[in-house]
Design a protein around this ligand. Structure first.
Ligand code: PEP
Length: 252
C-alpha cells in the first residue's frame, strides 16, 4: 500500500430516520473499526445529517472523525434554517462536503455559492470536501470549469487543506460505478488543473477521491488501480459492515 492517506468519507445524506438509528450506525462503525487489524494510513469521516452531529460526535473513537454535508457561507445572521461552518466547528466537526451534485441539482447551488461556501469552510479552519463531476453525456471538461469556479480566490496556503471528490453524477446511487480508466483519467485531469493554479508541491498534496456506487467489491479498483486517495461513500456507508469492509480491503 502506498503512503498517501486514504480517506473514507461516509455521506449518510438524509439518513437514517432517527437519532437512535444514527447512534446505532455510528456505534457499529466504531466497534468494527476497532477490530480492523490493518488499516494502513486511512482516515474515516462520518457525515451525518446536522441533527445527528452531536450524538454521533459523542460516540466517535478509533480515529473516526466528524464531517457535515453542507453549510451556509456566512458565520451567523438572518438566514432562517441555515447552519454555518463556524457553528459546525464548535461541534468538533472537521470536514464539510461542498458542491455535492445533489445540492447542485436539487437545491440549485451554483458555482458562485459553492465558491463562497468553500471560502467560509476554509476561513473557519475546516476541511472542505469539494465534489465535482460530469452528468451523463457531458464532457469531463465540466470538471475543469467546476474546479476553476469553486477555487476562485483560494490561495495555495489554503488550498492544501482541500479534499477533492471526483463524483460522476451518473454513478451516484445508481450501482453504475466508473471504470478504473475513467477514474484514472479524471484524476490526472484534476491534478493538471490543480497544478495550473498552485505550486506543484501544493497541488500534489491535495487528495483526490472517487465517489459513485463504491462498495467492498469495487473499492480497490479506485484506490489501487486508479490511484485515487480514497472514496466519498453514499449507500455503502449506511451499512457499517460493508463500510468497514471497504477500509479492510485497502489495508490488505
Ligand atoms: C455520494 O452521495 O457522494 C455517493 C457517492 O453516493 P453513492 O455511494 O451511493 O453512489
Amino acid at each position: 500500500m502506498d503512503n498517501r492517506k486514504k480517506y473514507f468519507i461516509a455521506n449518510w445524506k438524509m439518513n437514517p430516520a432517527s437519532e437512535n438509528d444514527a447512534k446505532k450506525l455510528a456505534r457499529n462503525v466504531v466497534a468494527l473499526l476497532r477490530a480492523v487489524k490493518k488499516r494502513g494510513n486511512t482516515r474515516i469521516v462520518l457525515c451525518p445529517p446536522f441533527t445527528f452531529l452531536l450524538p454521533v460526535a459523542s460516540l466517535l473513537g478509533y480515529g473516526a472523525e466528524l464531517g457535515a454535508q453542507n453549510c451556509h457561507f456566512e458565520d451567523s445572521g438572518a438566514y432562517t434554517g441555515e447552519v454555518s461552518a463556524k457553528m459546525l466547528k464548535s461541534l468538533k466537526c472537521r470536514y464539510v462536503i461542498v458542491g455535492h451534485s445533489e445540492r447542485r441539482n436539487y437545491f440549485n447551488e451554483d458555482s458562485k455559492l459553492i465558491n463562497k461556501k468553500l471560502h467560509s469552510v476554509l476561513k473557519n479552519g475546516l476541511t472542505p470536501v469539494l465534489a465535482v463531476g460530469e452528468k451523463e453525456g457531458e464532457s469531463v471538461k465540466v470538471i475543469e470549469r467546476q474546479l476553476k469556479e469553486a477555487l476562485e480566490g483560494v490561495s495555495g496556503a489554503k488550498a492544501k487543506n482541500i479534499i477533492i471528490a471526483y463524483e460522476p453524477v451518473w454513478a451516484i446511487g445508481t450501482g453504475k460505478s466508473a471504470t478504473a480508466d475513467n477514474a484514472m483519467s479524471a484524476r490526472i485531469m484534476i491534478r493538471k488543473v490543480l497544478a495550473a493554479f498552485y505550486p506543484k508541491t501544493t497541488a500534489n498534496k491535495i487528495p483526490v477521491l472517487y465517489g459513485g456506487s463504491t462498495d467492498s467489491k469495487n473499492i480497490v479498483r479506485f484506490t489501487k488501480d486508479a490511484q485515487m486517495d480514497g472514496a466519498l461513500v453514499g449507500d455503502s456507508s449506511l451499512n457499517a459492515k460493508e463500510f468497514i469492509k471497504m477500509v479492510e480491503e485497502i489495508g490488505k
